[in-house]
Design a protein around this ligand. Structure first.
Ligand SMILES: NC(=O)c1ccc[n+]([C@@H]2O[C@H](COP(=O)([O-])OP(=O)(O)OC[C@H]3O[C@@H](n4cnc5c(N)ncnc54)[C@H](OP(=O)(O)O)[C@@H]3O)[C@@H](O)[C@H]2O)c1
Length: 268
């Protein structure tokens, strides 16, 4: 590991004057997720990519999981380029066997699991009367069933390893519904119910389960400049990522079960 020189210590002092424990405490004061193992689903693009990159900057070992392998590898490469640690485990969250493999591989490669962000999700639908059964099944299978499969697997590992934090990506559509958003909104309301029940079940195991509910996010601008993101008038994906870091770093006796992030200048 690179030698860290604490403030006030000359670089000419012998390295052994700064013990390994002291080095670790200095790094963990700066990198808020130092040495945490985190799975972020849907991190091949958009909000999930912003979360994975932010977690990498904060010192986490990030497991990048989504279907498009080449885009997962791109997220991993970006984290590596910034000096972080990441691996890619391509996963379709609608497939139970692939979800089981994601968690067993994470434990095999990284030793444990501290954080899980269930971010993978899709839009879809329209007015209920025009929505096909196939669209209903696809949206529910990805957003609600996918979150259930991953949250259940993550919860099981965290129970056995002394606790952790699970963040489920909901939406303002998880606390409200508008004409034309019914199926998506039903999937996100379902995620809110899963979150509330799992938060209660998690108390005795030191597992915190929370939901983040953003309004319109500039997800397609995740690789754009901060100026372009700001100019879009939408919520920055990095503000959503920062919210996840906040939830993951609250003290041991606090839990915030849901955070709604509204757009300042628009209704959603
Ligand atoms: N953008 C917004 O305004 C907004 C607002 C509130 C909440 N959200 C929520 O935020 C989350 C991220 O969305 P986004 O806006 O960032 O859109 P996005 O860029 O389309 O990202 C969606 C991510 O989910 C992954 N995904 C989709 N289906 C998957 C599956 N079956 N298995 C694994 N991964 C899957 C996609 O990767 P692959 O295609 O590579 O699998 C992609 O990485 C979603 O849950 C969405 O509902 C978005």
């Amino acid at each position: 590991m690179e030698q860290i020189v604490p403030v006030g210590q000359s670089i000419h002092e012998p390295a052994q004057h700064c013990s390994i424990d002291r080095q670790r405490s200095i790094i963990s004061a700066v990198k808020r997720l130092f040495e945490k193992v985190a799975i972020v689903t849907g991190s091949s693009s958009g909000i999930g990519k912003a979360i994975a990159v932010t977690f990498g900057r904060e010192g986490a070992r990030v497991v990048v999981a989504a279907r498009r392998q080449s885009l997962c590898e791109r997220t991993v490469a970006q984290i590596h380029a910034e000096g972080g640690h990441a691996v890619s485990i391509p996963t379709d969250v609608t497939d139970e066997a692939q979800v089981d493999r994601l968690f067993s591989e994470t434990i095999r490669q990284c030793g444990r699991l501290d954080l899980l962000v269930n971010n993978a999700g899709i839009g879809g639908g329209g007015r209920i009367v025009d929505t096909s059964t196939q669209t209903f099944d696809r949206v529910i299978a990805t957003n609600l069933r996918g979150t259930f499969l991953c949250a259940r697997a993550g919860f099981g590992h965290m129970m056995r390893h002394g606790g952790g934090v699970i963040v489920n990506m909901s939406s303002v559509a998880g606390v409200q519904a508008w004409a034309g958003t019914g199926i998506y909104s039903a999937s996100k309301h379902g995620i809110m119910a899963l979150t509330k029940a799992m938060a209660d079940e998690g108390r005795q195991h030191k597992i915190k389960v929370c939901a983040v509910c953003p309004g319109g996010v500039a997800d397609e601008l995740v690789d754009a400049s901060p100026q372009d993101i700001e100019g879009s008038g939408a919520i920055s994906p990095f503000d959503v990522a920062e919210t996840c870091v906040y939830l993951a770093t609250l003290g041991p006796h606090s839990i915030v079960q849901q955070i709604v992030i509204d757009r300042l200048m628009a209704e959603w």
